[in-house]
Ligand binder design. Structure first.
Ligand code: GLN
Length: 465
């Protein structure tokens, strides 16, 4: 397959028939989708129109798939939920608009857990399809950006994916599907036009077959946006082109991430990758993050569910989302709509999140979680005084089979996120890069850097390719 940057350059010089490439890409994506269910919606018309418009710029002629929770003008955008079925935004999310302005062509909306509620893309909305792992269709793609990761692996045409992570939804599926997943610092990329899961945690990011391509997409999407006051106005460096010199770079191996509960074969692949970094001049140290190991999961899930339960309150059949025949009082009507159109996991989270915010419980749960969040951030901040990057497996296992997943309790489901929730709670940039496989399935190493140090992730990551 042609290298993405070379292809973009050639497109800009008019060396390719982009319309023909787009037609073939669309046909290929549709045929992959039949077996693997990576898309909720294709953007046929818009995609071909964009190809016809002689795309120019840093992503000229590249097919861009967009996670369903990110709004695309004129294309059904539902965050994988039946409650938003039929919703066609009147505007592009800032991230999408910037990609389009650089010649990226929107091919469609990728499948995900409903509103991002999951790590295996099996908690899908009513009537949606579960995406299948590109290496073994009996296994999960990971989630919640499952379709994005699967498509990134399978695409044989120039393609990049826009993903989104609240607590690991970019690096988890990237690790399970053998691609690079890049989640920037919280606030690097505008959330304008993102269908919220949890506002203080949500980040738009990217997936690609290699580190520099994933970084390029972030670079294009990043930067201040008057539409999102939480979006940082720090200048966006050209981190996709930094050199790969890691002499003297201090890499901290997270001690707790290689012990109990982590598949030894996965741990071994990741350890080997850190030895490669050492061979190229990095200084490897062991580092302990006990608070994150102990409190990462409860802190994340409390905050995420509390925020989700307020965000989803707007889908009540009045202003947003599905409607039903107007009958009964407000509570009866509201309950009817939500009973009919939310999936089981969404309902579970609404109940837990609402409970944890209730008068009388708020101090015990939500406010405590907020305090813990500060403590977890402090723990990372002191770690970054001694190291430049932290390394761990991305997930404690390889992609599980659907049968294995069906036997997990909700709590066991949540526990699978033990290694990804930390950087997400702390808003730190992180990346998953494929290392050698285990059990003949892909394994990812997760690298975490200090806030706004995306360039360090690229510098380190390219050494593992
Ligand atoms: N698995 C985590 C959750 O269910 C993270 C998902 C995400 O990042 N959207 O909340």
């Amino acid at each position: 397959m042609i290298e993405l940057r070379r292809y973009v350059k050639e497109v800009s010089q008019g060396e390719h028939d982009v319309v023909d490439i787009a037609r073939k890409a669309l046909a290929s994506a549709k045929s992959i989708d039949k077996e693997h269910a990576y898309f909720n919606t294709f953007a046929d018309e818009r995609f071909i129109e964009e190809a016809n418009a002689k795309p120019k710029g840093r992503l000229a002629g590249v097919a861009i798939s967009v996670k369903d929770c990110v709004c695309v003008k004129g294309v059904e955008s539902t965050a994988g939920s039946d409650i938003l079925r039929g919703y066609k935004p009147l505007f592009d999310a800032t991230a999408v608009e910037r990609v389009w302005k650089q010649g990226g062509m929107i091919i469609g909306k990728t499948s995900q857990d409903e509103f991002g509620f999951g790590g295996f893309s099996v908690n899908i909305g009513k009537g949606y399809r579960v995406p299948k792992n590109p290496f073994d269709t009996n296994r999960s793609c990971g989630g919640s950006s499952g379709g994005a990761a699967g498509m990134t692996r399978k695409a044989e045409f120039p393609h990049l994916a826009i993903g989104e992570s609240t607590g690991g939804s970019i690096t988890c599926p990237a690790a399970f599907c053998g691609v690079v997943g890049f989640c920037p610092t919280y606030g690097r990329v505008s959330r304008w036009g993102l269908i919220d899961y949890a506002n203080s945690l949500d980040k738009i990011g990217s997936m690609a077959k290699n580190v520099r391509d994933a970084a390029l997409l972030i670079e294009v999407m990043a930067g201040s946006d008057p539409q999102d006051s939480t979006c940082s106005d720090l200048p966006v460096e050209q981190f996709s082109t930094v050199d790969g010199d890691i002499k003297g770079l201090r890499v901290g191996i997270i001690k707790e991430a290689f012990g109990e509960g982590v598949d030894p074969a996965v741990a071994e692949s990741v350890k080997n990758a850190t030895r490669e970094l050492e061979a190229k001049g990095a200084i490897i140290k062991e580092i302990s993050l006990p608070l994150n190991a102990k409190y990462g999961i409860p802190t994340y899930y409390l905050i995420a569910m509390c925020e989700a339960s307020t965000n989803l309150a707007k889908y009540g059949g009045m202003r947003y989302g599905a409607h039903e025949k107007l009958e009964g009082d407000f509570n009866t009507y509201f309950t009817k709509v939500r009973t009919a159109h939310f999936g089981d996991e969404a309902k579970r989270r609404l109940m837990l999140g609402t409970f944890a915010r209730m008068a009388g419980y708020r101090d015990a749960y939500y406010l405590r979680a907020l305090k813990l969040r500060s403590a977890l951030i402090d723990e990372y901040k002191s770690a970054f005084k001694g190291v430049d990057v932290l390394a761990s497996p991305t997930m404690p296992m390889v992609a599980p089979t659907f049968d294995e997943i069906s036997k997990l309790t909700p709590l066991q489901n949540y526990m699978a996120d033990i290694l990804t929730v930390g950087p997400n709670v702390a808003g730190l940039p992180h990346i998953s890069v494929p290392v050698s496989p285990a059990h003949r399935m892909p394994v990812g190493i997760q690298l975490v850097a200090d806030h706004f140090k995306e360039s360090t992730l690229v510098r380190t990551g390219v050494n593992l390719e």
